[in-house]
Design a protein around this ligand. Structure first.
Ligand code: NAP
Length: 252
């Protein structure tokens, strides 16, 4: 891999995204994080790299094409362009710690989940392609979910549909841009202990644990380590695929 590649991780002020940013920074990437919480982005940048030389953060809503375009312009000025995109930003709405069943899900909530989790990933992918194509090198990784692979006990139908959409989008895009030296892959994490997973509550997570052969819940580093491989030079023959990261709770 040529030196000084730049990685954009969306929704990275905390949780899995922050861990991926930490990992890729440690591997020599310049790292860009975005999130909707401006104060949180500032704090995350500070804790990643106080000098700000190899890290940049910007408040950005992945649903908003203009907001993403302005972020990408700012990255081009500071680092020259985005070589690696990790579509991590996502939501999984709960009501008193539980998903709404389909029969009780508001259309507005359905649209919001699809808009952030799937359309956001589409917008970010679309806007990073010109630089990747001209560089004839690129890596896109979508953070999908086990909910896209089998029925979920915890997430709603909108979340599962959005995460399954990420898998289908990745396959189509991978076929389109493979000749340009760009790979597009997905990971499908099971239960990973983050603020999002906390919302489901201790009991739901304890139930989940009973179904995990390696006998522990996941941690953000479990995801970051796989993403680090997928964005490396060594992974150049992997594209359009999905890697399950779930301690064996789903084996397919
Ligand atoms: P998290 O801690 O809630 O992090 C998600 C981040 O996305 C938050 O910082 C959130 O920021 C940001 N975000 C939400 N809407 C956004 C938008 N419109 N634009 C930009 N950023 C936005 O959750 P996590 O567990 O780390 O999840 C990270 C990814 O992994 C998600 O896509 C999730 O679906 C996926 N995943 C998680 C698990 C798990 O068990 N934790 C399992 C499978 C897949 P604000 O809250 O500040 O808006």
């Amino acid at each position: 891999m040529p030196a000084a590649k730049t990685a954009l991780i969306t929704g990275a002020r905390r949780g899995i995204g922050f861990e991926i940013a930490t990992k890729l920074l440690g591997q020599g990437f310049a790292v860009v994080i975005c999130d909707t919480d401006a104060e949180g982005v500032g704090k995350a940048v500070q804790s990643l790299d106080k000098s700000g030389q190899r890290v940049m953060g910007q408040c950005c809503d992945v649903r908003d094409e203009a907001s993403v375009a302005s972020l990408i312009q700012a990255v081009e000025v500071k680092f020259g362009g985005i070589d690696v995109l990790v579509n991590n930003a996502g939501i999984s709405p709960k009501h008193n710690g539980k998903r709404a069943p389909v029969a009780q899900t508001d259309v507005s909530e359905w649209r919001e989940v699809l808009d952030i989790n799937l359309t956001g990933a589409f917008i970010c992918s679309k806007l990073v392609l010109p630089h990747m194509k001209s560089a004839r090198w690129g890596r896109i990784v979508n953070i999908s979910s086990q909910a896209a692979r089998t029925a979920s006990m915890i997430a709603g139908a909108h979340y599962a549909a959005s995460k399954a959409g990420m898998l289908a989008m990745a396959r189509t895009l991978a076929a389109e841009v493979g000749p340009d030296g760009i790979t597009v892959n997905c990971v499908a994490p099971g239960r990973i202990m983050t603020p999002m997973a906390d919302e489901a509550g201790e009991q739901a997570n304890a139930e989940y644990l009973k179904r995990i052969p390696v006998n522990r819940l996941g941690v953000p580093a479990d995801v970051a380590n796989v993403v680090a491989f997928l964005v490396s030079e060594e992974a150049s023959f992997l594209t359009g695929t999905v890697i399950d990261i779930n301690g064996g709770s789903l084996m397919i």
